[in-house]
Design a binder for this molecule. Structure first.
Ligand code: UD1
Ligand code: CA
Length: 480
């Protein structure tokens, strides 16, 4: 049910300079979705009456993601005054004037925060009736974060928050950090935010200065430390991004393991948030399950396999393969060393074997492309076997054309099917055939030139060579 007394503000207007990237910080990916999407997803589950995202840098690219995920959310553009305080000030101005509930503020760069922790914060704030409640964590290495300054050590209330760059040496020694997640009463924010100054090391309006203003006005501020500090990890640079990604991946893998999936080597296995796996799936080392890939019961994937937005059927095996937007049927076998490009559909019990590339290819049930082939823009019926080293020549340099191969076809090794062309049901082709004309059902296609052997050619043209000597020995021993 919608919480009519709750507004959520998501801060997404920062420049993200420490990423040193052309991609806005919050659009860098973690478990297959942008950093900000994790935060938006969590916010959405709280079902607040108002959700506002504040944007500025690369605003259009962010707004696309935000409106996609939060169609009912409001987007506010931050002006040229920098800082988290200014961002919240403008978001609060966008709230309806008669809204008098609580405001949950979240940094957009804290993707591991979960719904339980946030609802715990909302509940604690409402229970304690403090003017503000904020999440903190104790870190072994608190550098970069704002520090929680308490009046006396062990004091239950906080005096202020000092940013790393403004902190004294003794303040830098404080291990308790501000997580960047806060609950405020909206009326206090309306009063205090306009009072923030930019007199600090970064020349920004710090949201964190609201805490000191509240304390000076005699209000209570309570602090809720989180048990697991990784929950509040903020991402400012790429080192922190990879640490957070590894942590999230470990959690995702553990979740699937407890749901019945065997993961041989969690350290080298990566599973995106949107992937789904059934019990008794086995993932071998070096495997990446990306995007919205689904893997059915009993399938074995890996080692060294990357699947992006694929569908793998029950009991299929996929070994040392790279596949994108491919459907692999139940009991089918793929690899080792296969490359399945978009719109590959392999039927049940079919095979795409070693050093085979496929694209826009529908391969019927029980059909096999076992070795060293390229199948592009093709339909293959059921129970067909494509000979080793066959190329579906789909491109004449200008246009792409389609090849149709029927069911129970047996094509010879080293064929070229020059599209558009059709091989009918039950057709055969000889080794080395270049199929340029349709092959009727049940016919054998062949266009090999008769072989000629020019006897004595090596002795005449390569006299004294190793080949010549080998040939002479062979002739002597056979008595010729
Ligand atoms: C902030 C906190 C710090 C806390 C840390 C937790 C302040 C002043 N400092 O520091 O106490 O320990 O988060 O991770 O708040 N943003 C805007 N508009 C701006 C600037 C930033 O919307 O003008 C957004 C950013 O996009 C980001 C978030 O606010 O999502 C935090 O900004 P960032 O610059 O990363 O703050 P920190 O230095 O990490
Ligand atoms: Ca940050």
């Amino acid at each position: 049910m919608t919480d009519s007394r709750l507004a959520i503000i998501i801060l997404a207007a920062g420049q993200g300079t420490r990423m040193k990237s052309e991609t806005p910080k919050l659009l860098h990916h973690l478990a297959g979705i942008p950093i900000v999407s994790h935060v938006l997803g969590t916010a959405r589950e709280l079902d607040a009456a108002h959700t506002i995202a504040v944007v500025r840098h690369e605003r259009d690219r962010l707004v696309d993601v935000i409106t996609d995920q939060l169609p009912d959310g409001l987007v506010v553009d931050q002006d040229e005054t920098p800082g988290t305080g200014r961002a919240v000030e403008q978001a609060v101005q966008a709230l309806p004037a008669d809204f008098d509930g609580d405001v949950l503020v979240m940094n957009g760069d804290t993707p591991l925060l979960d719904v339980q922790t946030l609802s715990g914060l909302v509940a604690e704030h409402r229970r304690s009736r403090a003017a503000a409640t904020l999440l903190s964590a104790y870190l072994d290495d608190p550098s970069g974060y704002g520090r929680i300054v308490r009046h006396d050590a062990g004091d239950s209330t906080v005096d202020r928050i000092v940013e790393h760059r403004d902190a004294t040496d003794s303040e830098l020694a404080i291990a308790e950090i501000n997580a960047g997640v806060y609950m405020f009463g909206v009326s206090q924010l309306r009063d205090l935010l306009p009072q923030l100054s930019t007199h600090n090391a970064q020349g920004e309006k710090y949201l964190t200065d609201v805490i000191e203003l509240l304390r000076r006005a005699g209000s209570e501020v309570s602090v809720l430390p989180v048990a697991d500090s990784w929950l509040v990890a903020g991402i400012n640079d790429r080192a922190q991004l990879s640490e957070a990604a590894a942590k999230l991946n470990a959690l995702i893998i553990r979740g699937w393991q407890l749901a019945g999936v065997t993961v041989h080597d969690p350290a080298t296995t990566w599973i995106d948030l949107k992937a789904t796996l059934e019990p008794d799936v086995t993932l071998l080392p070096g495997t990446q399950i990306r995007g919205a890939t689904t893997i059915a019961r009993g399938a074995v994937v890996g080692p060294d396999t990357t699947l992006l937005d694929c569908e793998v059927g029950e009991r299929a095996t996929v070994k040392r393969t790279d596949a994108e937007l491919a459907v692999i049927g139940a009991g089918a076998s793929v690899g080792p060393f296969a490359y399945l490009r978009p719109n590959t559909v392999l039927g049940a019990d079919g095979k795409i074997g070693t050093f085979v590339e496929t694209k826009n290819a529908e391969i019927g049930a029980g059909s096999k492309v076992p070795h060293l082939s390229y199948v592009g823009d093709a339909t293959i019926g059921e129970g067909t076997n494509i000979g080793a080293a066959t190329i579906f020549a789909n491109y004449n340099g200008v246009t792409k054309s389609h090849t149709e191969v029927g069911s129970h076809v047996r094509s010879g090794s080293h064929n070229v099917f020059v599209a558009p062309v059709t091989l009918g049901d039950g057709a055969y082709s000889a080794a080395g055939t270049v199929v340029r004309k349709n092959v009727p059902a049940g016919s054998l296609a062949m266009n090999v030139a008769p072989q000629r052997n020019l006897e004595g050619w090596v002795a005449a043209h390569r006299a004294g060579s190793a080949a010549d000597r080998a040939a002479q020995r062979a002739q002597e021993s056979s008595g010729e």
